[in-house]
Design a protein around this ligand. Structure first.
Ligand code: ZN
Length: 284
């Protein structure tokens, strides 16, 4: 039996299953301090029976280098108590099983990739647009890491002609993509979420304009055949279509085919991350 954890800033999703795409049981716990949260999670897994491996899809930033003594740790997060927390180490010791560890978005990319696998396409990008903007990239069936994991939400977009004044909310960069188009950026600027704003409000075009730049950049830089856009903001009616439109406008017919139509919603709905965690367990 495989175990999976999607570790988020507000909740931990736990699941077990015989294989990644067959979740047999799941449980959600609120994220509190590390000691309480991790002990609760371990208790739940112990009640499910004997695990063969555990996969953790974690919020970041995290250390993914298996050779590092800090592998499996969360590094610097504003979330009190969590900086330096060794997620993987805790569960290795407590549950005595092999542990796989990845970012939540790389795990989601693995799961969405696996849900589509067709032989000729061997890569996919997954981007979540919610409390933050994060992206995972699978190339050749393998999640991409460098010295760290991709931080594509912090790319600096061209500003929309009708949106020159807002400074952006990213504490590091101000008007990076996350600073302009994440859920908190939208609320900071317009006082409510995108789905609460009327459909003719300029916010819809502005947010789509920014997200399309990430899509265009991903297509241009990595030639991924598919980009999956998930997260709470993407559930706004009509947003996917607007992003496709703006990506197509940016591209001006340069890239081959109707690639902008291959900007998609998650096939696994809200289960991309937890399914990815179970894939990490299988691989471990
Ligand atoms: Zn930023």
């Amino acid at each position: 039996m495989l175990g999976g954890i999607e570790a988020g800033g507000t909740k931990f999703v736990l699941a077990v299953g015989a294989s990644p795409y067959e979740i047999a049981a799941r449980h959600v716990i609120p994220t509190r301090d590390p000691a309480t949260t991790l002990a609760d999670a371990a208790d739940w897994f112990e009640r499910q029976g004997r695990l063969s491996a555990l996969g953790i899809a974690s919020f970041g930033p995290v250390v993914l280098d298996r050779a590092s003594p800090r592998w499996g740790q969360i590094t610097t997060t504003p979330k009190p108590g969590w900086s330096g927390c060794s997620l993987a180490g805790f569960f290795e010791r407590r549950l005595q099983v092999p542990v796989g560890f990845e970012t939540d978005v790389n795990a989601a990319a693995l799961a969405e990739f696996g849900a589509r696998e067709s032989g000729e396409n061997n890569s996919l990008a997954y981007v979540t647009v919610g409390t933050g903007i994060g992206g995972g990239l699978v190339i050749g069936g393998v999640p991409v890491h460098g010295v760290a994991h991709p931080e594509m939400g912090h790319m600096i977009p061209r500003r929309h002609p009708g949106d020159r004044v807002f400074d952006g909310v990213c504490p590091h960069h101000g008007d990076c993509l996350e600073g302009l188009a994440s859920g908190p950026a939208i609320t900071a600027r317009w006082g409510m979420s995108l789905s609460e704003l009327p459909s003719n409000h300029a916010a819809h075009e502005i947010v789509a304009f920014y997200l399309a730049q990430l899509c265009h950049t991903l297509f241009a830089m990595t030639a991924v055949p598919i980009i999956v856009l998930g997260g709470g903001v993407m559930q706004t009616d009509g947003l996917l279509g607007r992003v496709r439109q703006h990506a197509s406008l940016l591209d001006r017919g340069y890239l081959p085919g109707s690639h902008c139509q291959r900007i998609e919603t998650p096939k696994l709905g809200e289960d991309s991350g937890i399914t990815g965690a179970l894939i990490l367990a299988r691989n471990a």
